[in-house]
Write a protein that binds this ligand. Structure first.
Ligand code: TYD
Ligand code: MG
Length: 454
């Protein structure tokens, strides 16, 4: 028998190699290559009756000649999701929803399927129909549009789809699917790639939107190849602490909308509740105001993020004061302390200073400077910075407060998260937007001190 055709895939980044080697050429990780059998002979996947007969060959068209089918988006009856998607589900689009186990991915999509006004097929490879029924009864027992299929073979799923003709298809999860045309096991990179490709073909040819659930790895990226994220139109991330009730839905990639929106949910006994006024989250944590903390409006890549900074300033016990920073550049901390000493007259030279960015994240954004300064001064003076104030500005060597990039996005995020005031530089160029949030402009450290501590 002829040897089956095989290929080696990196389990970390998905790069394909023709022979085994210890290190991946692409991501430089060691021992990540795994052999997978490819069987490409009579590869088919989704075959729509129409296109199977008439073989269409794509022709180049002038952009003006292309018909604009008015993008009728499907409303999900879930405002937070609609907003994150950019106004509803686009027909024929593929959306990938990633998140940690137990965070509520299946709950969110089942809840949406149950509340949709469209005929929906929910394909589960993870739970039995009875388990899904039990879950559905907790969420919304009255639903007639949602069909449940427990199946993992794509060919069988497609034959059911042909009979049922659903308007939306949900797959829980892409890692459990397998296609007959690939021999390696479910969850392997070539299977994920193949099943996604078949689903894309189906979605684009029938204009049926497909939503996939994807598992994520320990490192927090979606399990499977990075190409999966390239293949789909939209990548949503469902995040939050499993021990807390709040969940955040973000778009990491969106071909049909912005990636700046976020949706907030609260996990309850009967499913996920949409949190339309996110300040309730902040207020619930607000019972105690502590000195030494300040909140910075930062950007992590493209995404705005509110970060809490904690500082502890105390008299040095030993001769040389200690300076330590977790999640923040220690040199930058020393620079800010020198600026406070020299330009604003605070005697910090003989004090120990500890700085910590909560949540164990590490951030490299100059906009953190002002919040770091505020946290240090708050601890030094033992006066709390009000919890509904956040800051976004860089501090220069002369003690001047400098503007930072994309200030509008930071202000909008602060406003969305329910802050009452954001402190920015006087030089920040603000759009003529009517913000609800109060914008406090400062030009020097002294202005910040007098604004925050009177
Ligand atoms: P699930 O959707 O199964 O997570 P995932 O698919 O991301 O792995 O979420 C399960 C968690 O949600 C589980 O810990 C129980 C909780 N939950 C509720 O609190 N209320 C509910 O109504 C439901 C259905 C689940
Ligand atoms: Mg699940």
């Amino acid at each position: 028998m002829a040897k089956p055709k095989t290929s080696f895939y990196c389990q970390n980044c998905g790069a394909q190699h023709s022979k085994w080697q210890g290190q991946c050429n692409s991501c430089k990780e060691w021992n990540t290559l795994v052999e997978e059998v490819l069987e490409k002979a009579d590869k088919q996947g989704w075959k729509s009756p129409a296109t199977a007969a008439v073989k269409k060959i794509a022709k180049p068209l002038r952009i003006s000649e292309i018909e604009t089918s008015r993008e009728e988006r499907l409303n999900t009856n879930n405002q937070e999701l609609d907003r994150v998607l950019g106004g509803g589900i686009v027909p024929g689009s593929l959306t990938l929803l990633g998140g940690e186990p137990g965070i509520g991915k299946s709950t969110l999509l089942l809840q949406i399927s149950l509340n949709l006004n469209y005929k929906t097929l929910y394909v589960s490879g993870e739970e039995s129909q009875q388990q899904i029924k039990m879950r559905a009864q907790r969420i919304n027992p009255e639903s007639n549009n949602c069909f449940i299929l427990t199946e993992t073979k794509t060919q069988n799923i497609f034959s059911q789809i042909e009979k049922l003709e659903p308007e939306i298809v949900i797959i829980d999860s892409i890692q459990t699917l397998h296609s007959d045309y690939i021999e390696s096991g479910p969850g392997s990179i070539s299977q994920i790639r193949e099943c996604t490709a078949e689903l894309i073909k189906f979605a684009k040819e029938t204009a049926t939107p497909v939503i996939l659930i994807g598992h994520i790895t320990k490192e927090g990226s979606i399990a499977g190849p990075k190409v999966l994220e390239h293949m789909v139109d939209t990548v949503l991330q469902f995040e939050g602490d499993r021990n807390h009730v709040y969940r955040i839905l973000r778009a990491n990639k969106n071909r049909f909308g912005s990636t700046n929106e976020l949706g907030i949910y609260e996990m309850q006994g009967n499913g996920l509740r949409e949190v339309s006024n996110p300040s309730e989250i902040l207020i619930s944590k607000n019972d105690e105001e502590l000195s030494g903390t300040a909140i910075a409006a930062t950007l992590e890549g493209m995404r705005p993020l509110m970060i809490e900074i904690q500082a502890l300033v105390s008299s040095a016990v030993y001769g040389t004061p200690q300076r330590s920073a977790t999640g923040y550049n220690a040199k930058r901390l020393n620079m800010l302390l020198a600026v406070l000493e020299k330009r604003a007259g605070f005697r910090l030279g003989a004090k120990d200073v500890f700085l910590n960015i909560t949540g164990g994240i590490s951030v490299d954004d100059p906009a953190l400077d002002l919040a770091v300064v505020a946290a240090i001064l708050s601890s030094n003076e033992d006066i709390a910075v009000p919890k509904d104030i956040c800051l976004a500005a860089e501090v220069g060597l002369a003690g001047e407060v400098r503007p930072v990039t994309r200030i509008e996005q930071r202000i909008l995020e602060a406003e969305k998260l329910g802050f009452s005031t954001i402190v920015v530089s006087t030089q920040s160029k603000l759009p003529k937007n009517n913000f609800i949030i109060k914008i406090q402009r400062v030009s020097k450290i002294e202005d910040v001190v007098s604004f925050l501590f009177g």
